[in-house]
Design a protein around this ligand. Structure first.
Ligand code: ATP
Length: 137
């Protein structure tokens, strides 16, 4: 059996990665899990965090990608990630993430009546995660 996985990471506006890989680590909503070749078929919801994969193009060093929301499907040695947002670590705009973090922190600190706390917490989670993943490269 072919022992190479094919990874496809797509968002509503673009393909972020399309590569042969040997491993994918996924931030699922219920925790992290790993996908090796010949994995059983799977459909799982994505959380917010670091999806990383190993491929020969990078000498099997982990290649980190920020992902936020969506689904991952494994079927027949194909891993398809349909993410609401995804950025390779080296393309994350750190200044933008810092600004998003400050906005979210200010909203949470204000605690006013018109503040959607869940939305602010999610924005903060995305920003902190982007900053931390950008620091991995
Ligand atoms: P912001 O308030 O800065 O838009 P956000 O967390 O609300 O941050 P998202 O809704 O997750 O942003 O993403 C909207 C789009 O902007 C997506 O295409 C995402 O890839 C891109 N994006 C958001 N923040 C960054 C960043 N720091 N670096 C690169 N792309 C980003």
């Amino acid at each position: 059996m072919d022992a190479t996985l094919h990874l496809e990471i797509v968002t509503p506006d673009r393909t972020v990665a399309s590569k042969p890989v040997s491993y994918v680590g996924v931030p699922g909503v219920e925790g992290e899990f790993g996908i090796l070749p010949n994995h059983v078929p799977l459909l799982s919801a994505l959380g917010i965090g670091d999806l990383y994969f190993r491929c020969e193009e990078k000498n099997n060093e982990p290649w980190h990608v920020f992902v936020s929301g969506g689904f991952v499907e494994v079927s027949g040695n194909r891993v398809t990630v349909l993410a609401e947002a995804a950025e390779l670590a080296e393309t994350i705009d750190i200044a933008r993430a810092n600004a998003a973090k400050e906005r979210a922190e200010a909203r949470l600190a204000a605690q006013g009546e018109n503040i959607d706390l869940d939305r602010a917490r999610l924005a903060l989670h995305r920003a902190v995660s982007r900053i931390s993943i950008a620091g991995l490269v």
